[in-house]
Design a protein around this ligand. Structure first.
Ligand code: DC
Length: 232
């Protein structure tokens, strides 16, 4: 049975999903499932193994065989906000530009998506979760009790990403980040397997110009309102 006690939050890069989802989960007492971190961890593992898509471009068939092999030996765990890969905390490696340059290509691979989808369902079967990503409401949890599509204007998403980078001590131009965001939007929404897309029954929220606290408050109201309606 596919879990249903899920707040499924989808949306493009930089819409603020992780921050909002983490705070929402804490306020609801739900678990938090950052599925982008899972794809990033697998991408990092492929880079470590020397078989990431860009590294295998000359021999794609062999590349796929090596990635399948690397995936089979990757044991992922999400523990208290950290991502463990074969028992090692890899959280600090997930937001590097190297990972960011390859993660869209890795997340377009159906065999990777299938493994991640199964693991996401196992995590959600353990108890209610706020799960954020690109295909939570459309593919992984199609019967989720609450579905949200969180959006924001590209320029605002680029500005927020630059602030995140600045907090990590990385100074990057907003123009470059905007360009990368637009490329990822295109790759994530045009891939054939589970493209980024709003589920027809999702609550659409544009967070442009809103503070995180305002977005969290609106989503809490949505979840609690829907809960009350569903229980009556
Ligand atoms: O949300 P994020 O930026 O951490 O996601 C990293 C990449 O993973 C992004 O390019 C899209 C992909 N992704 C995905 O394809 N499906 C998900 N459920 C989550 C992320």
């Amino acid at each position: 049975m596919i879990p249903t006690q899920v707040v499924a939050i989808d949306g493009p890069s930089g819409a603020g999903k992780s921050t909002v989802a983490r705070q929402l989960a804490a306020q609801l007492g739900f678990g938090f499932l950052d599925t982008g971190a899972m794809y990033r961890a697998i991408t990092w593992h492929f880079l470590q193994t020397g078989c990431a898509p860009a590294e295998c471009a000359g021999d794609p068939d062999r590349g796929v065989a090596r990635m399948r092999q690397a995936l089979a030996t990757a044991h992922l765990e999400l523990v208290a906000g950290a991502v463990l890969l074969n028992g090692k905390d890899v959280t600090a490696h997930l937001r590097t530009r190297e990972v960011e340059s390859q993660v869209s290509a890795v997340s377009a691979l159906s065999f990777v998506r299938e493994a991640m989808r199964d693991l996401q369902r196992v995590v959600a079967a353990a108890g209610p979760v706020v799960a954020e990503g690109r295909d939570m409401g459309s593919v992984v949890f199609p019967q989720a009790r609450w579905k949200v599509y969180l959006d924001a204007a590209p320029s605002e998403r680029a500005r927020r990403r630059c602030q995140d980078f600045a907090r990590q001590g990385r100074i990057v131009s907003e123009g470059d980040v905007l360009e990368e965001i637009l490329v990822r939007d295109r790759l994530d929404s045009t891939r054939s397997d589970a493209p980024l897309r709003q589920a027809p029954d999702a609550f659409y929220l544009d967070s442009t110009g809103l503070l995180t606290e305002q977005v969290v408050a609106m989503l809490l109201q949505f979840v609690r309102g829907t809960s009350a309606a569903g229980a009556s």
